[in-house]
Write a protein that binds this ligand. Structure first.
Ligand code: DX5
Ligand code: ZN
Length: 261
């Protein structure tokens, strides 16, 4: 609504909302942040209904955690479930977070199953650049996921091939863990790299995010927020998402004061 006041609006990020990130700028509005509930904490006995409910409650994107009991010590869901959600009528973007190794063979399966974004961990694939190219060639947005103690170094060589940088703020494998505070500095580092690159890349955060810390996480540079237990373990998803958006609305926009508008 007030986005006409924001200068230098770049190309659309992820094609779902007006510019979550402006090219070369950290300026964004509360309405441009993306909330991506992780269905890991949903009730799998009624998954379609759960996803319908959380989207109707104001979520933007479905975060879909794929674990293989090899790269991470847990086993979850695969392309069949992604396809089932599409067949159920889910049209929102599905953000497939691959915690599997190897990566390459499963990319096409998820693209065929209706994935919108496919992100993977650099440690889980032998040829990072090739895997990123495979994701885009399959028609999906591509992303790299960095574990809490994984350096961002490889990112600088593939900036032109990523649409999403996802920082893990917990060790991958389970929902319901506590946010690792050192991730805030890493978010600032990633935000600076993205802004300096000039590419239109979303900065996603995953793990231990909820109404209590989402503003701080946004202020550190994130624009896409995964939240599993913080949403699905509450009785009213809309109330929780509304709280998260209210917190995001308090995040200062550099150089702008909208308080009088
Ligand atoms: C962890 C997953 C997360 C997880 C987040 O490996 O990638 O998406 O579901 O759960 P919460 O929000 O409960 O920390
Ligand atoms: Zn995830």
């Amino acid at each position: 609504m007030l986005s006409f006041l924001v200068p230098a609006v770049g190309a659309l990020s992820l094609g779902v909302r007006p510019a979550a990130v402006s090219r070369g700028s950290t300026v964004r509005m509360a309405s441009e942040y993306l909330i991506a509930p992780s269905i890991l904490s949903a009730d799998f006995a009624k998954l379609g209904e759960e996803v319908d409910t959380v989207l109707a409650a104001g979520a933007d994107t479905v975060h879909f955690d794929v674990m293989d009991n090899h790269y991470v010590p847990n086993l979850t869901i695969g392309p069949l479930v992604c396809k089932a959600l599409r067949n159920h009528g889910i049209t929102a973007p599905i953000d497939v977070h691959l915690m599997v190794s190897p990566v390459d063979r499963i990319i096409g399966d998820f693209a065929d199953a209706g994935a919108s974004y496919i992100t993977f961990h650099p440690e889980a694939t032998t040829h990072i650049d090739r895997s990123l190219q495979l994701v885009r060639a399959a028609g999906c947005k591509s992303g790299l996921v960095f574990n809490p103690a994984t350096s961002l170094d490889c990112l600088k060589y593939v900036m032109d091939k990523v649409d999403i940088v996802l920082l893990m703020s917990v060790n991958p494998g389970f929902g319901g863990q506590s946010f690792i505070p050192a991730t805030l500095d890493k978010l600032r580092e990633a935000r600076a790299m993205i802004d300096e690159s000039g590419f239109d890349i979303s900065l996603e955060i995953d793990g231990g995010v909820g109404p209590a810390n989402i503003a701080e996480v946004a202020a550190a540079g994130a624009d896409m927020f995964v939240a599993g237990s913080a949403i699905f373990n509450t009785p009213d998803y809309k109330e929780t998402i509304d709280k998260m958006r209210a917190e995001l609305a308090t995040v200062p926009v550099p150089g702008k004061d909208f308080s009088m508008l």
